[in-house]
Design a protein around this ligand. Structure first.
Ligand code: GTP
Ligand code: MG
Length: 244
């Protein structure tokens, strides 16, 4: 049990999350003993970096804003370079429960990529309007591509095993808001096995969401284009063996 989370890197994208990031990092260390935690700060103008450091996280500070996808690519590269087998993305706003992360990590012995799905029975997370419709269409498209039920293609709460870490260190997409969806297409087409675990989403612990109605409308179009391009890209060939 003591080694259950050894070799796992928590990657926490953070943009102006001074109110929550410290508590989230502390909770991660408490609930997932043995993990390492990297906060990827993306040009925050508040006290995010200092709060993350004070809580004991390693911090990568990007010189200018790359968005969540760019931040995650940094996290996957860091994991490869430092020899972590698994990467789990946990948001800095407190919405992802670290206890659920344990269930995602456990399922990595059967899947290359495990998605924490918000509409698979747990909790009552609700999204309305275009963002919701986009999610429904994407869920059916992605489920077909991945040949498994994926009811929440836009969930950022995920665990990646060694094959997915290697893939994403080179190929994690950085398109605005398209990263979660497109990365599933890339993984499925590289023959990574994907599965999901139901999770309940908690309310934000503070700060402000990065979305607003205008961005939500743009989301539909951009994700559609990003996914179309993801299918047009050549497949990535991954070998079966795990990383050293
Ligand atoms: N590195 C980085 N992180 C970001 C950026 N924008 C948001 N984040 C972080 O990514 C995570 C998810 O962002 P949120 O704004 O909570 O987005 P969301 O959870 O999809 O939306 P809500 O349900 O409204 O909270 C949080 O930890 C944010 O701090 C960014 O530009 N760069
Ligand atoms: Mg959030």
């Amino acid at each position: 049990m003591g080694h259950r989370f050894q070799g796992t890197l928590i990657v926490m994208p953070a943009f102006n999350e001074q109110e929550s990031v410290g508590d989230v990092v502390r909770e991660v260390y408490e609930k997932l003993p043995g993990v390492a935690c990297l906060v990827v700060d993306d040009g925050s103008r508040d006290d995010t970096v200092a709060q993350a450091r004070a809580a004991g996280a390693a911090v990568a500070s990007l010189p200018f804003n790359l968005g969540v996808g760019g931040a995650m690519r940094v996290g996957f590269k860091y994991a490869l370079e430092h020899g972590y087998r698994n990467v789990v993305q946990i948001d800095a706003d407190g919405q992802h429960n670290p206890e659920d992360a344990a269930r995602l990590i456990d399922q990595l012995d059967r899947s290359d990529l495990v998605v924490g799905a918000r509409f698979a029975g747990e909790g009552d997370y609700a999204v309305r309007g275009p963002r919701r419709w986009a999610m429904v269409v994407l869920a059916s498209l992605l489920s077909k591509t991945a040949k498994t039920e994926l009811s929440d293609a836009t969930s950022g709460f995920r665990a990646s095993g060694p094959r997915a870490v290697r893939l994403f260190a080179e190929h994690y997409p950085a398109e605005y808001l398209g990263d979660t969806v497109e990365s599933l297409v890339i993984a499925a087409r590289a023959n990574c096995s994907i599965s999901q675990v139901p999770v309940a989403m908690r309310p934000r612990a503070g700060g402000v969401p990065s979305h607003n109605p205008v961005k939500a409308a743009v989301f539909l179009a951009r994700v559609g284009i990003a996914v179309a391009f993801a299918f047009l890209r050549p497949r990535v060939a991954l070998t079966r063996e795990a990383t050293s």
